[in-house]
Design a protein around this ligand. Structure first.
Ligand code: ZN
Length: 113
């Protein structure tokens, strides 16, 4: 599962940020995950709990914010969030193509003590 490597990368980043800030404990980590990224919140949480043991990040609360997948209509140029069903443009019914938004995974902010 690729959550292992993304969680490892995320943990390394927050630990080095906390060290730079001179923080002894990380209390909260806010993450942004695109709906197209196939990253599962629960898996990130599970790996995080295991990997953060013995580090200042152990016990930090993970807050996930989901970014909807965005499409652009090839017919009328309308940009829209992925509808519940299918990918078609809600305005004209044309074929929508992914804009790339919705694939992101990044750290939005970190709270430290
Ligand atoms: Zn359209």
């Amino acid at each position: 599962m690729h959550e292992y490597s993304v969680t490892k990368g995320m943990l390394d980043t927050v630990l080095s940020e906390a060290e730079k800030a001179g923080a002894s404990r990380i209390t909260e980590i806010r993450l942004v995950i695109g709906d197209l990224s196939t990253i599962i919140d629960e898996s990130v949480q599970m790996y995080f709990d295991i990997m953060s043991k013995g580090t200042p990040a152990h016990g930090a609360k993970l807050v996930f914010r989901r970014v909807p997948a965005q499409f652009r209509c090839r017919n009328c140029g309308n940009e829209y969030n992925k509808p519940a069903k299918g990918f078609d443009c809600p305005l004209c019914g044309g074929l929508g193509l992914p804009t790339g938004k919705g694939k992101e995974f990044y750290i939005e902010s970190i709270e430290v003590d």
